[in-house]
Design a protein around this ligand. Structure first.
Ligand code: G3P
Length: 217
């Protein structure tokens, strides 16, 4: 399972990189706005350079076919690691088909149903991004969506990768791994949370105390 970080914050990206477990980055216009990034193109290039290898999702703002094509081509041209993120709308699916034919990698975002994931896959999307947490927020089971997409993709041998998004906590990540999501994109605080277990802290504290006792005699 590959781990992406879901942020536009350079310090978080660098820290996650230093952990040695990061495979890529996803961003969206809300995450860019949170960091106050105005020159997004420059920021995407900085992210690509910081992570060295691995995909960096860069989202189009246009919602019409021609606009998405123009923006997506420009984004893909910025750096070889850019994956063009396209919303799950009719025009978006048409744009994904064109990008696929042009060899531009895509991430179809805002997926909330298996039918949407199947449409994106048929258009040739490299990734589909089902948003788990947002489904849970409205009383639907986000994890069932991951399971259903996995099942459909397995039945037909579909190569589109499932990029589980809107992951809010450790249990989401574990369940995504159990369901066979190819990639999980997580905020920095969720990545940090994966390390934590009180018994690890307690055990280490005890080992160090015993070492000190044994070596101070
Ligand atoms: O990658 C999608 C993600 O940014 C959405 O997460 O927590 O805003 O639902 P969230």
């Amino acid at each position: 399972m590959r781990f992406f970080i879901d942020t536009a914050n350079m310090a978080e990206i660098r820290e996650a990189m230093e952990m040695g477990i990061l495979d890529g980055v996803t961003t969206n216009p809300s995450l860019m706005a949170k960091e106050g990034i105005k020159n997004v193109e420059e920021h995407y290039i900085a992210i690509c350079k910081a992570i060295g290898s691995g995909d960096v999702s860069a989202e189009v703002i246009a919602t019409d076919y021609a606009g998405m094509i123009q923006e997506g081509r420009a984004l893909a041209h910025l750096h070889p690691h850019i994956t063009v993120k396209v919303p799950m709308i009719k025009e978006g699916i048409k744009a994904i088909r064109t990008f696929t034919e042009e060899g531009i990698r895509t991430n179809c975002t805002l997926i909330f149903s298996p039918a949407q994931a199947l449409l994106a896959a048929k258009a040739g999307a490299t990734y589909v991004s089902p948003f788990l947490g947002r489904l849970d927020d409205v009383g639907h089971n986000g994890m069932q969506l991951i399971g259903s997409i996995r099942q459909i993709f397995n039945v037909y041998g579909i190569k589109t990768q499932i990029l589980a998004a809107s992951i809010r906590h450790t249990l989401h990540l574990i369940q995504c791994a159990e369901m066979g999501a190819d990639v999980a994109t997580m905020p920095f605080k969720v990545i940090e949370g994966l390390f934590k277990h009180p018994l690890t802290d307690k055990g280490l504290e005890q080992f160090l105390a015993d070492y000190q006792k044994n070596n101070s005699l």
